[in-house]
Design a protein around this ligand. Structure first.
Ligand SMILES: NC(=O)c1ccc[n+]([C@@H]2O[C@H](COP(=O)([O-])OP(=O)(O)OC[C@H]3O[C@@H](n4cnc5c(N)ncnc54)[C@H](O)[C@@H]3O)[C@@H](O)[C@H]2O)c1
Length: 97
């Protein structure tokens, strides 16, 4: 089972969420969005938790994959967050070898 945490609960985030929910070997664990109401709607519909900060997801040991569906003017934002997590940094570097 691949465990997902979704960043962004807007248009494309919902598409990702629905695809994850429809897959028999995928599960949506967390949803994070600065619009907590949007995150809550997706999370409650699909049985996931709302993360109140990105760090909550970085610290979680039940996340394998993080699709990014953030809007806004700074698409690099999530990549600035990642170095704060040694565990995810290690995982990211393994992925790119
Ligand atoms: N709409 C599409 O068909 C489509 C397809 C491929 C890629 N994309 C890309 O996906 C991204 C999102 O597009 P969308 O159409 O879903 O936009 P959207 O506005 O519907 O959703 C974006 C979500 O990101 C959240 N958000 C913005 N800044 C944030 C931050 N700093 N932290 C947490 N959450 C934040 C917003 O609250 C919103 O819920 C864009 O970069 C877009 O280019 C969109």
């Amino acid at each position: 089972m691949t465990k997902f945490a979704l960043f962004g609960a807007g248009f494309i985030g919902k598409v990702h969420a629905n695809n994850i929910a429809a897959h028999p070997r995928a599960t949506l664990q967390y949803v994070y969005d600065i619009n907590t109401e949007a995150a809550q709607q997706v999370a409650s519909r699909l049985g996931a938790h709302v993360a109140s900060t990105p760090e909550e997801i970085w610290a979680a040991d039940d996340v394998d994959c993080i699709p990014i569906g953030l809007g806004g003017s700074n698409p690099a934002l999530p990549w600035r967050w990642i170095p704060s997590s040694p565990r995810l940094r290690a995982r990211t570097s393994r992925t790119h070898r």
